[in-house]
Design a protein around this ligand. Structure first.
Ligand SMILES: [Zn+2]
Length: 256
């Protein structure tokens, strides 16, 4: 990552500035210089500074044995879990209600969480949630669904919606929760609202590449969705989106 918490002050510091400010140990073996440690803004663990080289930008690195969500792609490790004690009756009811309410979810996600969400991405999230039986978690509510869905995938520029004549998404988005959350259920079980972060990465140079966490440009704590967002008037959703989503539901009878 390129930004971390300053070692001594209550502010962030960029890796390039850190290098200039604190310097490195010299080649003298009697040098007892100890470089101070910046801390991760997500997990608060100490980070090593990695200086810039040709074709490598200055960045901070976690120790290998530290768990931090920024080190993992796509909402892992939450996403790869499946419910230990699935409640398939509640899951079926949740899917049925979701089908009735999909416009509210779609609108909340694209308006508040994932800028330039495309229909294809929205439907992919539903498919991944199906694969992982994410609907069957005991205690999962309709209101929590957008928060779970955005953890299911990364959002590269290439899969996003491109408005006519305008540029779409420029950065690669990834979502995570603070590190104390170890299970999807912590979203609704743990006291206090877990804070959702949206991280923006510099997209990889190649089409099939993945961003490395050294390419993390910014992470932002997002505001919670508006209370009772499911009770607002039906949001306006473009006809071509409605058609695609309806077609998808026709092929997915598990939402009936
Ligand atoms: Zn961290």
């Amino acid at each position: 990552m390129r930004v971390a918490k300053h070692p001594f002050e209550n502010r962030d510091i960029e890796a390039a500035v850190f290098g200039k400010t604190f310097g490195n140990q010299t080649a003298d073996e009697n040098d007892d210089f100890v470089q101070p440690r910046a801390r991760c803004r997500t997990c608060n663990s100490e980070l090593s500074f990695v200086a810039a080289k040709t074709r490598r930008i200055a960045h901070f690195r976690h120790r290998n044995d530290v768990f931090c969500p920024t080190k993992y792609p796509a909402g892992q490790p939450y996403v790869n879990l499946i419910p230990h004690a699935p409640d398939d009756v509640a899951g079926a009811a949740l899917r049925q209600e979701f089908r009735r309410r999909w416009k509210w979810h779609y609108d909340a996600i694209q308006r508040h969480l994932v800028p330039f969400l495309s229909t294809k991405e929205f439907l992919a999230l539903l498919g991944i949630a199906n694969e992982h039986r994410s609907w069957d978690y005991v205690g999962l509510t309709q209101e929590m669904i957008p928060y779970c869905l955005v953890l299911m995938a990364d959002f590269p520029p290439g899969t996003g919606y491109v408005p006519k004549g305008r540029e779409g998404r420029k950065l690669w988005f990834r979502f995570w929760y603070e590190h104390r959350m170890t299970d999807l259920r912590d979203l609704w079980i743990v006291d206090g609202d877990p804070v959702l972060h949206r991280a923006s990465f510099q997209p990889p140079a190649t089409k099939r590449g993945r961003p490395a966490y050294e390419d993390l440009i910014a992470d932002r704590a997002l505001h919670p969705l508006p209370a009772n967002f499911l009770e607002a008037d039906a949001p306006a959703v473009p006809t071509f989106v409605v058609e695609q989503v309806d077609r998808w539901f026709t092929n997915h009878p598990e939402f009936e």
